[in-house]
Design a protein around this ligand. Structure first.
Ligand SMILES: [Zn+2]
Ligand SMILES: [Zn+2]
Length: 399
């Protein structure tokens, strides 16, 4: 990474007027480059206890663009650990309030709030267009989603975890040291698989463990996470695959290195990714994209989705067939109930588009593909990953 010929040309230290520049003191830090910080785009997943602290830190440092992702709303129990939330915010979306408070802290920072489920609802291309991802999560499933996305598009991410007075902060970088999935044990997989034991989600938030945390452990771990992200955007040395372990009871702080797991399922980078600047989920149809794929890979090329798409449901009682076109992972038990007769409806699924379908004129949005997705086209062993890059301008619009 480092060019030996440039080793003596450290960036000049810029000292500005303390009255006129809120970043004045950062100018005294030899390696700090406010322009690098201002140009950076960081995705923060989770706007809970850790997310609040991370966002506060990033805002104070003047990070240029913050994409804040969360699916939750504020309840009073969040107030004891969330510096950005106020009593009157009850019931509001965490992302909206967090974005508003970040703007209040530092109007220089551009923000975008995204309300949704990171596991199924965010296009993979979004990860490709950020400089780093910070995971501020309380469950393994979302961490695993970020980890696989990070590997797929080769972006670093910073994980944080807290419980009582204990904390962990760690950087994962595809191809450098262990990844998050390398650290998972059989028990971890069992906990993750709870969710998939039934085809449809039995109830929401099945995995939302209520982990006891404190504002102090949140701020300690979030501070480490933010510093690691700051180093990443400055191209400074980090220690991927190693964890900073913090025990607030004994005041032990140490690092530990995880072994790389042979055959780890996360170790897959999409190659090649082809950006389609004209393609958007709202306008591009399945027929359009399949046409592009077949032009490149031959007439027998197909499009493949990672998860199952429920195309229709057929009622076992009254026999009626209903168009659905939603990812199975986003459907709940109650979605299977027939609105006519109350019987259970059977799902008709697909994950492959070959050109024989009778719904090829549907747009990608109409078949539940999120903005800036990356879709696999395949013919035999040949693959191309197409990114719906036309969505970038609207989806990654920071204000
Ligand atoms: Zn791994
Ligand atoms: Zn029915």
């Amino acid at each position: 990474m480092h060019d030996e010929s440039n080793e003596v040309t450290a960036p000049p230290i810029v000292i500005t007027d303390p009255d006129a520049d809120r970043y004045h003191t950062f100018g005294y830090i030899s390696w700090w480059q406010q322009e690098v910080v201002r140009r950076a785009t960081i995705l923060v997943v989770g706007a809970g206890a850790l997310g609040n602290e991370v966002l506060k830190n990033l805002a104070l440092m003047g990070i240029g663009n913050l994409l804040i992702a969360d699916f939750d709303t504020i309840e009073d129990s969040n107030l004891s650990r969330s510096v950005l939330f106020r009593e009157g915010d009850r019931g509001r979306r965490k992302v909206d309030v967090a974005a508003q408070r970040v703007k209040e802290l530092n109007p220089d920072v551009n923000v975008k709030a995204w309300h949704g489920n990171i596991n199924f609802e965010m296009g993979l291309g979004v990860f490709r267009h950020v400089d780093a991802i910070i995971g501020c999560l309380d469950n393994r499933e979302a961490r695993l989603s970020i980890n696989r996305a990070s590997w797929a598009v080769n972006r670093p991410w910073v994980d944080g975890a807290i419980q009582e007075l204990m904390g962990i902060a760690r950087v994962f970088w595809p191809g450098q040291g262990a990844c998050y999935e390398c650290t998972l044990t059989d028990l971890d997989y069992q906990i993750i698989n709870l969710r998939y034991s039934c085809p449809l989600l039995a109830r929401e938030n099945i995995l939302q463990g209520k982990v006891p945390t404190t504002p102090t452990s949140a701020s300690i771990v979030a501070a480490f996470q933010t510093q690691e992200a700051l180093k990443l955007i400055h191209d400074m040395e980090v220690q991927p695959g190693k964890a900073v372990m913090i025990n607030g009871l004994t005041n032990d702080v140490y690092t530990t290195e995880y072994p790389v797991k042979v055959g780890c399922m996360s170790h897959a980078t999409l190659e090649p990714i082809v950006a389609l600047p004209e393609a958007t989920t709202a306008k591009t149809t399945l027929a359009d994209l399949l046409g592009i794929a077949q032009k490149a890979l031959g007439d027998t090329a197909v499009l493949e989705f990672d998860g199952e798409l429920v195309t229709t449901m057929t009622c076992t009682g009254c026999g009626q067939t209903f168009p659905i076109f939603r990812k199975m992972a986003r459907l709940y038990e109650h979605d299977a109930v027939c609105p006519n007769c109350g019987s259970r409806r059977e799902m008709n699924l697909t994950h492959r588009i070959s050109g024989q379908e009778d719904f090829l004129n549907r747009t990608l949005a109409d078949v539940d593909v999120p903005p800036l997705s990356i879709i696999r086209a395949r013919n035999g062993n040949e693959r191309i990953y197409y990114e719906l890059t036309g969505d970038k301008e609207t989806f990654l619009a920071f204000t």
